[in-house]
Write a protein that binds this ligand. Structure first.
Ligand SMILES: O=C(O)C(=O)Cc1ccccc1
Length: 303
């Protein structure tokens, strides 16, 4: 039975995302950190791992960026986008609540609500929203900001539901496997890479230009320090399209020439189903016709 490690414990948003991406009969295996979810799939203990990658309010999840960049390569085969509205669980009377724990991304998205409803409470970062609920059960914190599903796992008092400073916030999750042939292109795909850049004037501009001249639309650009010298970054880029498409393959080959290293993180269907736009001169046949023309000249058969 295929096993999917997810960022747990039970009752996280990531469990919900893993459930929506799992096939029938897949076993969902909770692990405590994003790094250990990826470590388990790298080691072959599980077949896939589900982790959060970015949020529409708080941006990238740094732990996921680092775990994807370090260690053996893994590639995304699917993504899920979930609305995030929070439930506040407690074991106390409201007046007694002195500490509220949650994942930093969750705390950042309910700051306004907490300031209004629990102004006396101190905010404490936990490894995940569900870990905060576990902490409340153990008496370590007075309240937890959790996913709605947490209430079924942790029998605590529901202080509030549908809590969100930004009502339409969403989080995107990835399903990652050990590298294999990517899922086939659908016309509405995303390709994800990490570009390790040389420390050179205009290096990022040159990389972006390789995408721009092929009419490739960026869907995400994030930077993380390499943890080496101050000012050295790696860039996490997502683009509309699939590596099986000529313009994407051609662009990645150009980046391979220009960058210190390029890590391919997958080509997979977009959860929003938005089809890629392909400019009039960057379709697959345009590339094939152009390559045939060059080959003909090399062969001495120019028409
Ligand atoms: O802690 C969780 O439940 C997660 O899955 C990470 C997370 C935290 C806040 C919003 C979305 C996902």
């Amino acid at each position: 039975m295929p096993r999917i490690a997810y960022f747990g414990p039970q009752g996280t948003f990531t469990e919900q995302a893993a459930g929506s991406l799992a096939g029938q009969g897949d076993e969902l295996v909770p692990v405590d950190t994003i790094a250990s979810a990826l470590a388990s799939v790298r080691a072959g203990e599980t077949d896939a791992a589900c982790v959060p990658v970015e949020n529409s309010v708080e941006g990238a999840v740094p732990a996921t960026m680092d775990a994807l960049a370090d260690g053996e390569p893994v590639t995304a085969v699917a993504e899920a986008v979930l609305p995030v509205r929070f439930t506040v669980l407690t074991g106390q009377d409201t007046e007694q609540i002195r500490t509220v724990a949650s994942h930093p991304h969750a705390l950042a998205q309910v700051r306004g609500w907490l300031a209004e409803h629990l102004p006396q409470a101190q905010l404490v970062a936990s490894t995940s929203t569900a870990a905060a609920a576990v902490g409340v059960q153990r008496g370590e914190f007075d309240a937890a900001v959790t996913a709605p599903v947490a209430v079924t796992h942790y029998p605590l008092r529901v202080l509030a539901t549908d809590v969100a400073d930004v009502p339409d916030a969403v989080t995107r999750f990835l399903l990652l496997r050990r590298p294999a042939t990517p899922p086939p292109p659908t016309g509405a795909d995303r390709t994800s890479i990490i570009a390790f850049m040389p420390d050179r004037t205009a290096a990022l501009a040159e990389v972006l230009n390789e995408l721009a001249v092929r009419g490739i639309s960026l869907t995400r650009l994030d930077a993380r320090p390499t943890k080496g010298r101050l000012g050295e970054y790696r860039f996490h880029l997502d683009m509309a399209g699939h590596i099986a498409e000529q313009r994407i393959g051609d662009a990645l080959a150009a980046l391979h020439r220009r960058c210190t290293n390029v890590r391919f993180l997958g080509s997979f269907p977009r959860a929003d189903g938005v089809p890629s736009t392909v400019s009039a001169t960057a379709g697959d046949t345009d590339f094939v016709t152009a390559a045939d023309w060059v080959a003909a000249i090399r062969n001495g058969d120019q028409a």
